[in-house]
Every structure is written in C-alpha cells, then in structure tokens.
Write a protein that binds this ligand. Structure first.
Ligand code: FES
Length: 161
C-alpha cells in the first residue's frame, strides 16, 4: 500500500465518530480510534494522525505521542502475523527464556523486528493473562499456552505459511 492511500476511509471516519460518542472525554477515545485505523491498514500510518486528531478534537502531537507510547499500536508496518511472547515472571519461571531463544533463532529476529519474508513481527510482551498455563504467546489474537519448542515449531510452521 502506498503512503498516498493512507487516508481515513469513510467507514473509519464513521466508526471513530461513533467511538468518540461513547466517551465523555475525547482523549479516552484515542486508543480505540488508533486501533480502528490499525484494523484498516495493519498499522497506524503517521499521515492519519491529523485526521484522527481532527475527528477527536485533539492536537496531532497528542495523537502521535499516544500512538508511539502503546506497544500494541504499530507506528510502522508489521508482518502478516504479530507474535507476542510473554517473558514476565510466571512465564520466565516456566521456561520462557528458552522459548524466547528458540523463537528468535527460528525466525532470525529480535523483539519488534519483522522477518525478512514479512510473515511475522515478533514482540517480547508483558503478561498475557494466562500465567497459570505459562509459558504462553499470542499469534494474532490467538493465545497459545504451555509452550514447548516443539509446540512453537508446530504453531509457527502452520501459521501463514
Ligand atoms: S506472566 Fe506470562 S502470561 Fe502472565
């Protein structure tokens, strides 16, 4: 997709207006609005910041700051699948460090990098809310638990190959 096409589509504009109406304070609608744009492009192109700001009645700088602050708002293009691997304490105690090393070696990337073939963007993440079944990761919106190296291989080999 070329940069010139990164404008807010009419459906996104309507959705952001609807999102704004749900919140008493416009700034509270900002992250949902950013995620709505991300749903459109897979990331939030900076050239959409002005449009988002105008719709929410905020400064463009505020939109840019919030977009760059949140881990799950992507301010650069990402792979077709986003992997989030938890390395917080419960997962670490259950072997997440070995899983992390395995994923990084298998994909040839470090955190916040995208594989050369564009399949995966890999992110070392905070707790994913499945501590009782650690170690775990998200691939897209699907959560995988009790990971082993073999399970990681099986998941990644069948995802978007
Ligand atoms: S610490 Fe990994 S899911 Fe909670």
């Amino acid at each position: 997709m070329t940069p010139e096409t990164h404008t807010l589509a009419p459906a996104a504009v309507a959705d952001i207006r609807e999102i704004k109406a749900r919140y008493p304070v416009a700034q509270s609608a900002l992250v949902p609005a950013l995620l709505r744009v991300q749903a459109e492009y897979g990331w939030v192109p900076p050239e959409t910041y002005d449009g988002i700001a105008e719709l929410l009645g905020l400064d463009t700088e505020v939109v840019a700051e919030v977009a760059s602050f949140y881990l799950l708002v992507f301010t650069a293009p990402v792979g077709r699948q986003v992997i989030q691997l938890c390395t917080n304490v419960s997962c670490l105690l259950a072997g997440a460090d070995a899983i992390q090393a395995h994923v990084e070696a298998k994909l040839g990337v470090k955190t916040r990098q995208t594989t050369a073939d564009g399949r995966f963007t890999y992110i070392v993440a905070e707790c994913l809310g499945a501590c009782e079944e650690a170690p775990c990761m998200l691939v897209g919106e699907k959560r995988y638990k009790r990971l082993t190296r073999e399970k990681v291989d099986e998941i990644l080999d069948r995802t978007d190959s």
